[in-house]
Design a protein around this ligand. Structure first.
Ligand SMILES: [Zn+2]
Length: 206
């Protein structure tokens, strides 16, 4: 069954990674990789794999098609006198390492100390996913998320802590499953003020 190849008549199919057309040379590249790994790309179970892999990669890397700061465009000035920190804790995410294109699976905690504007809390997760859905290293992902919030909201402080497992460590190389890597980026009050830093890190569970 190769019904995947049939053009779909729905309006928005062209923009959905699950249905986009995949050029031949892209599929051929994936066949080459399958051969390189030691299998036969023409055997039945693998026949549609290049198409699926190509579409999956468009989805893993959806972040290239967006500017994550867009999600912070809608800000609310009415904070009802609330000037304490806002924290979104343990947001699950998936990314891929730029060195092996292997999965990075983890969770992020994102906090900021509002100056006079706040955003809808789910928007912080959207910023994370916007940067995570690219080829990444964990250190850069952490600082890109923090910098985006810092620039867009101009808050008193930003704290981002990411804890993740790297497929390139657990599935190859040193093969050490269960080892998590922790990275953090603290800005403003969270960096300067000891008490604020301790408070945010302990609320995050560190
Ligand atoms: Zn890697």
């Amino acid at each position: 069954m190769t019904t995947f190849d049939l053009p779909d008549m729905d309006d928005d199919t062209e923009t959905r990674p699950g249905k986009i057309p995949v050029p031949d040379h892209v599929q051929e590249a994936i066949r080459t990789l399958i051969r390189w790994a030691g299998d036969d790309p023409e055997r039945e179970g693998l026949r549609d794999t290049p198409l699926r892999v190509a579409r999956a990669w468009k989805e893993y890397c959806q972040g290239y098609g967006e500017d994550p700061s867009f999600h912070l465009g809608r800000q609310f000035e009415e904070v009802g006198g609330y000037h304490e920190l806002v924290l979104l804790k343990d947001i699950p995410f998936q990314s891929h390492c730029e060195h092996h294109m292997a999965p990075i699976i983890g969770k992020a905690s994102i906090a900021y100390l509002p100056r006079d504007k706040v955003v809808g809390i789910s928007k912080l997760a959207r910023v994370l996913h916007g940067y995570a859905r690219r080829l990444q290293i964990q250190e850069r992902l952490t600082s890109e998320v923090a910098q985006c919030i810092w620039d867009s909201l101009k808050p008193h402080g930003v704290a981002v802590v990411i804890e993740a497992q790297h497929g390139c460590m657990t599935g190859r190389g040193v093969r050490t499953p269960g080892v998590g890597m922790v990275t953090s980026r603290l800005m403003g009050e969270f960096l300067k003020d000891n008490r604020s830093r301790k408070e945010v890190l302990s609320l995050m569970g560190y």
